[in-house]
Design a protein. Structure first.
Length: 325
């Protein structure tokens, strides 16, 4: 069978990694029962993954992998830069800037996240007086990732996050770690990511845990241009959640995506995601007087998620630039 093409040794190593990560999860989950902070770390950065219902742990073959599964960034062949913008509710917006650089069997990456509360809210103090400098409320994080291909079809990765939360005159700083693994064959893939391991963060003299979760995903490519995926997530403070998505690519240039992102206990009126993308190559590799000029490939992606009648739609737009060698 196709699935067993790489033998049992690869699967054995992957499941060893799997059970180590499960053990670490159980170890941490017992100690983190307080309310969560830094919830902005749970927001999906890119439009491609969002269009597939956030079911991306087993794919993670672009800059989005820094968030979903750092191990997946070993699949990236050329340097990639990523810019994304997300429009939330009531003027809340989130911006991302990411970069991955492949180094043979390894890869390094960085992802910067900035969430602004904008002007959609009216903040008041304990006396009911409107706070004028509400723009001093924001969340930000910087993620540094490293991944290595330990065998032909197995990769492991880690992401280290520096977290800054600003709430008027309160600052809340901290750090978190993601630990992940990926097993890939020609048609099947399996991914695992332990997200937001770290100590509690103190906000206004109150200790709060990070939004700690474990996420497992599987992917299937019946054809080169079709990707199907499903993720299962167990957040520390809520029930198990499911995500599923599909992507169809036409002529290696145009992509259509659909997915379902479980928002509220299988309320099928909410959580539907749709997206599309277009890719173009600017200049092919040329040579002039021993000088090589590499082409640049750009991808523009859009995604929309429906959150029900009360909250409406969330829109994302992303630009990915691949520096071809």
């Amino acid at each position: 069978m196709q699935f067993f093409k790489f033998g049992f040794n690869g699967m054995k190593k992957f499941f060893i990694i799997f059970f180590i990560i499960i053990f670490v999860y159980l170890l941490f989950s017992e100690d983190n029962k307080s309310s969560s902070t830094a919830l902005f770390l749970k927001i999906t950065p890119g439009s491609r993954a969002a269009g597939m219902g956030n079911a991306f742990v087993a794919l993670s073959d672009d800059v989005n992998g820094i968030y979903f599964n750092p191990a997946g960034t070993t699949q990236i062949l050329f340097p990639q830069m990523f810019i994304s913008y997300l429009q939330w509710f009531e003027g809340i917006n989130s911006s991302y800037l990411g970069f991955v650089y492949p180094l043979g069997k390894q890869s390094v990456g960085v992802l910067v996240n900035y969430l602004s509360f904008g002007g959609g809210f009216e903040f008041r103090d304990e006396n009911g007086v409107i706070i004028e400098n509400a723009q001093d409320i924001y969340n930000s994080a910087v993620v540094l990732s490293f991944a290595r291909n330990v065998q032909k079809n197995i990769s492991i990765g880690i992401g280290v996050k520096g977290i800054l939360q600003k709430y008027l005159h309160y600052n809340a700083n901290g750090f978190a770690i993601d630990i992940s693994g990926l097993f890939v064959t020609e048609k099947f893939s399996f991914g695992l990511n332990l997200q937001n391991l770290g100590p509690q963060i103190v906000v206004s003299d109150v200790s709060n845990s990070l939004p700690f979760s474990i996420r497992f995903g599987s992917g299937y490519k019946p054809k080169k241009n079709i990707s199907l995926s499903i993720d299962i997530e167990k957040p520390q403070d809520t029930n198990v959640r499911f995500y599923t998505g599909a992507e169809y690519v036409y002529q290696d240039k145009y992509a259509v995506r659909v997915g379902y992102n479980q928002i509220d206990n299988f309320d099928f009126q909410k959580g539907w995601c749709f997206g599309f993308g277009a890719k173009t190559e600017i200049g092919k590799e040329t040579s002039w007087e021993k000088t090589s000029i590499a082409g640049v490939e750009t991808s523009l992606d859009y995604a929309v998620t429906y959150f029900g009648e009360e909250l409406g739609y969330i829109h994302r737009i992303s630009l990915t630039i691949v520096f071809l060698k």
